[in-house]
Write a protein that binds this ligand. Structure first.
Ligand code: FCB
Length: 493
């Protein structure tokens, strides 16, 4: 079905998340639907602005191997019913072993023609006990960052992520993010990182996906600390927001070196996971549930950052309303991690556990290996909606679990098409970062969620070679279109 321009407006209005509008959208089918033909005709990223960031992402714990943090304590554990915390009992004892094999990762990023690599540093390695600083670990991260910025003919800008779901054991011992001192402790870590790496790094990402951390760790109990408690969930969400604000201030105070020569020593963002919630029917109850999920999951974080005030609510269950003046002005850009949509039907038979809705999958849409609906139009909706806050936006994650590797090229093309539609509609999108560079530890799914542009045979290949999937060619086409690779496929200066 060809998309009619007027329907874009409708989609954007629905994406604002209003109850009434969500209701209007329900039952009307998709407000936008791209056709394969229009995606195939399109030249991806044509006319992207100079300096557009094109790259790939990983996180420290998912690729390094050999860490010691709350996840490594959680991984070998089991639930009360005997089922393992992680599918197949998988652990990160070695994983992709990027702690040792990082030069292969840098080489893979270079071969893609990327100009940005979103990577993490692991708090538990750098500060293994409170106030300590591991000089060897810092030196190794520094070597990685140096290799990235010294890549020729064009540098790969590191986008350095400071917190991506894992905590040092000493923080856990004090109560993790429920510890009142956790935001200040995190800010102290951020300050040291800014001092140690600021001459290599300008793009800082404070925290990855507070909403995902809280949902998995404190509502669904799938991740450590394995809690199901809405009031604690909101408290931790608020702590993470305060932590972001304090860390942003610390980075601005300590990173005084302009690493990339654009006149700015630090450009600070946060990576926010966004799921499109659509109501499964015209029933007001479905619309209500979609709306409540949207407010909590999607809107609360940017509202708090824009207004300097935290308002979190799980209606009739728990709420937090408190000022957070340190959040106002803390962001230079908003990172959006977009993967999928959920079409939801209210669950009336609630027992109090689990989500207040069930999913109603759209059979006309493809689903990934993890069962997530492929919904590229959602990226358009999300970009148009979140650009209204006024920050430049960067897609800091977008990707597909696809072990066979045959969905990924089309997935990337369709999502970049959506991004280009958003740019054409006036959205200030500054970058597209694919998750992930390599196959890695996909949290409770273990090694079952294969997101890598490069695949790794964890069981059969002791060298853990990073082997290109077909989507490497797709990504390199993007790099050619923005002038990072020349027509022959070599890196362009
Ligand atoms: C995101 C996480 C990332 C990875 C991808 C698939 O929510 O930030 O670590 O798990 O999903």
């Amino acid at each position: 079905m060809t998309r009619a321009p007027s329907r874009h407006t409708g989609a954007a209005r629905v994406a604002r998340g209003g109850l009434l509008l969500a209701g209007l959208a329900a039952g009307c089918g998709d407000p936008i639907r791209y056709s394969d033909a229009e995606i195939a005709r399109h030249t991806m990223l044509a006319g992207a602005p100079g300096g557009f960031l094109l790259g790939v992402a990983t996180s420290a714990h998912q690729i390094e191997g050999g860490n010691h943090n709350d996840w490594t304590e959680w991984e070998p554990g089991r639930y009360a019913d005997g089922s393992p915390h992680v599918k197949g009992g998988a652990t990160t004892a070695r994983g992709p072993d990027s702690w040792n094999l990082w030069p292969k990762d840098v080489e893979a990023v270079r071969a893609l023609g990327a100009n940005v690599y979103r990577l993490g540093i692991e708090w538990s390695r750098l500060e293994p006990t409170e106030g300590a600083w591991d000089a060897d670990a810092a030196a190794r991260y520094r070597a990685m960052l140096t290799a990235l910025v010294e890549t020729r003919p064009h540098a790969i800008a590191p986008m350095l992520n400071l917190y991506h779901f894992t905590l040092p054991p000493w923080v856990v011992a004090r109560g993790g993010w429920e510890w009142e001192g956790a935001p200040a402790a995190f800010a102290a870590f951020a300050a040291r990182a800014a001092e140690a790496f600021g001459d290599r790094v300008d793009l800082w990402c404070t925290i990855n996906e507070p909403n995902v951390y809280v949902t998995k760790g404190f509502l669904s109990a799938e991740w450590p600390p394995g809690v199901h408690d809405p009031a604690r969930a909101l408290r931790v969400f608020a702590r993470l927001l305060h932590a972001h604000g304090l860390a942003a201030a610390a980075i601005r105070a300590r990173d005084r070196v302009d690493a990339d020569g654009d006149g700015l020593p630090a450009r600070i963002g946060i990576a926010h996971n966004v799921i499109v919630f659509d109501a499964a029917s015209a029933s007001p109850l479905d619309a209500l549930v979609a709306h409540v999920a949207d407010r909590f999951y999607n809107a609360a974080l940017p509202d708090a950052l824009a207004g300097g005030h935290i308002h979190l609510a799980l209606p009739r269950v728990a709420a937090i309303d408190e000022p957070a003046p340190e959040l106002a002005g803390s962001l230079d850009w908003l990172g959006l991690n977009y993967y999928t949509r959920r079409t939801v039907r209210a669950r009336l038979d609630r027992t109090g556990a689990g989500a207040p809705y069930e999913l109603v999958p759209d059979p006309s849409r493809a689903h990934t290996d993890l069962g997530w609906e492929v919904y590229p139009e959602g990226l358009y909706r999300v970009l148009v909606r979140f650009a209204r806050y006024g920050w430049p936006v960067i897609v800091t994650e977008n990707g597909v679990a696809d072990r066979a590797g045959d969905m990924r090229p089309g997935f990337i093309r369709a999502h970049v098409y959506a991004l280009d539609r958003a740019r054409a509609a006036g959205v200030d999108v500054r970058g597209y970062v694919y998750w992930s560079l390599i196959d890695n530890f996909e949290w409770s799914h273990g090694y079952d969620g294969r997101f890598g542009l490069y695949t790794i045979d964890f069981a059969g290949d002791p060298t853990l070679a990073r082997r290109p999937t077909p989507a490497v060619a797709t990504f390199r086409q993007l790099a050619r279109n923005v002038g990072l690779l020349d027509a022959a496929g070599s890196a362009a200066p």
